[in-house]
Write a protein that binds this ligand. Structure first.
Ligand code: SF4
Ligand code: SF4
Length: 181
């Protein structure tokens, strides 16, 4: 198997070349598909991350529904929702489908995952940068929540970030352990 040199850090810069994006997705996917024992730890950590996001989703949703529904400058644009390599690894470690756009994307267009009813994918599959973007108004509203609820949210959020880093460390360690990589 060829040396896996395509995995970088930061934003995936292939949104104007969906063909190449698909190839990248297939390559990362093939690691989990062909070497599940090697990547067992990262897959297990990705499931823990998902569990936490699913738990905190209702807390965010209450405030987002209230504030975002009245928003006149919606932040769901392609340029704000770009996935990073970390997101891609997490989603494929979960063995979920990465939401591939059906055409090349322009930065200033509405996010390709936005529908009239809102975002078409669950929070746990959204890019980290969009998922955890709370504008001033939304954050202000969230801070009106009871102190205990906000503290719990904040603790779970930090735990999720910690697990995500663990998951990535484990992934890259497993990758370097693979013969020929
Ligand atoms: S997070 Fe803020 S800017 Fe984005 S849609 Fe909601 S209210 Fe609007
Ligand atoms: S992924 Fe969903 S929530 Fe995030 S910018 Fe796109 S439509 Fe909005």
């Amino acid at each position: 198997m060829e040396r896996f040199s395509l995995i970088n850090k930061g934003e995936i810069l292939l949104w104007n070349n969906v063909g190449e994006l698909k190839k990248l997705i297939d390559k990362v996917d093939s690691l989990f598909k062909n070497f599940p024992e090697n990547f067992e730890e990262s897959m297990s950590l990705s499931r823990e991350i998902k569990e936490i996001i699913v738990k905190i989703d209702p807390f965010i949703d209450v405030y987002a529904k209230k504030i975002c529904s009245k928003c006149i400058d919606i932040c769901c644009l392609n340029k704000n929702s770009r996935y990073e390599y970390d997101d891609l690894i997490y989603i494929l470690a979960l063995r979920e489908q990465f939401p591939i756009p059906d055409r090349n994307l322009e930065d200033k267009e509405p996010c390709y995952l936005l529908t009239e009813k809102g975002c078409k994918i669950p929070r746990y599959l959204r890019p980290l940068r969009c998922n955890w973007y709370f504008c001033k108004d939304l954050l202000k509203e969230m801070e009106t929540s009871p102190a205990r609820a906000f503290r719990e949210f904040s603790n779970m959020f930090n735990k999720m970030l910690y697990l995500r880093q663990q998951m990535l460390n484990s992934f890259f360690q497993s990758l370097s352990n693979l013969k020929g990589f």
